[in-house]
Design a protein around this ligand. Structure first.
Ligand SMILES: Nc1ncnc2c1ncn2[C@@H]1O[C@H](COP(=O)(O)OP(=O)(O)OP(=O)(O)O)[C@@H](O)[C@H]1O
Ligand SMILES: [Mg+2]
Length: 277
């Protein structure tokens, strides 16, 4: 063990490592979440049963307010489910340990620089100090933010902040990545580029991903499996595997293919139908 083995960061990094190595399976059994009590009680989502094996890129699609973020919060372990069992990597989900999360808003550390935010994630991921600057620059390049490492968070735009949040999540070593509409605020070109990166990176790393979106386009492009939720309380309306290839085909070819068009149309129709039900 290193001399840092007693520090909280080392201990946390050890636990992060412990859930790595191809784990990241998710099991939801009869899961529901309600808010409020008595007459004012609202069921946000459920009951939902889902088994997500390691390495899956699952996209959750549904209309606004159907419970997508709620379901993601349960998988992250931010709140316990009102009913049912949520398991990640064979145990209870622990925030920051069993998964990395990218939220609808960036939620960066405003007192740190852009590079400082990434450095911290690399430190938690146990990347040796001597390699962090290189990894940090690689990650910032990947999200299109070269030469911003020394900028303050308030000196960059909202879209750029969201890219920092994505780079930070990619820096982590957790076997599960949870993404809640991470590209919604970005311009179309950046959004497409990041979709391509995320698709490739996730295949390379063998991570499990759960990605929330409203967009049938995004779902068809990213998902190895697509789950459409009904309107509130969200339940599974459609659960289909994608037959689109994940490697060996360019993004433009994929987006131009009749198979992609068919999948996108199927998802779009299911979302409409589920929202009207
Ligand atoms: N903490 C909370 N307290 C009370 N109600 C809540 C809470 N969180 C969510 N809800 C309600 O649960 C429902 C589902 O919310 P959720 O944020 O999960 O939807 P969503 O599918 O992510 O929507 P969007 O696409 O707009 O982000 C909504 O009706 C919402 O108002
Ligand atoms: Mg949401």
């Amino acid at each position: 063990m290193s001399s840092h083995s007693n520090s909280p960061v080392a201990e946390l990094a050890g636990r992060v490592d412990a859930v790595g190595g191809g784990r990241g399976a998710i099991s939801l059994r009869n899961v529901s979440q309600s808010y409020g009590s008595g007459d004012a009680a609202v069921t946000a989502v459920g009951p939902v049963d889902l088994d997500i094996p390691p390495g899956e890129f699952l996209v959750l699609v549904g209309a606004s307010g159907c419970g997508k973020s709620t379901l993601l919060r349960l998988i992250a372990g931010f709140e316990p489910a009102t009913q049912g069992d949520v398991e990640v990597s064979g145990g209870q989900p622990v925030p920051g340990i069993t998964s990395g999360v990218v939220f609808q808003q960036p939620r960066l550390f405003p007192w740190k620089t852009v590079g400082g935010n990434i450095d911290l994630a690399l430190k938690y991921a146990r990347v040796p100090k001597g390699e962090r600057a290189r990894r940090r620059d690689e990650l910032l390049t990947r999200v299109g933010l070269d030469d911003t490492a020394d900028r303050r968070i308030w000196e960059i735009s909202g879209g750029q902040q969201q890219r920092v949040a994505i780079a930070r999540a990619l820096a982590g070593q957790t076997s599960l990545l949870l993404l809640d509409e991470p590209f919604a605020a970005l311009d179309a070109l950046t959004r497409e580029r990041l979709q391509e990166d995320l698709r490739t990176v996730s295949s390379d790393l063998g991570r499990t991903n759960v990605f929330v979106t409203h967009s049938a386009d995004e779902a068809a492009f990213l998902g190895s499996r697509i789950v459409v939720l009904t309107s509130r309380p969200g339940r599974v309306a459609l659960d289909i595997p994608s037959t689109l290839p994940r490697v060996g085909v360019g993004a433009d070819d994929l987006r131009g293919s009749p198979e992609y068009a068919a999948l996108r149309a199927e998802i779009g129709a299911a979302v409409k139908e589920a929202a009207a039900a």
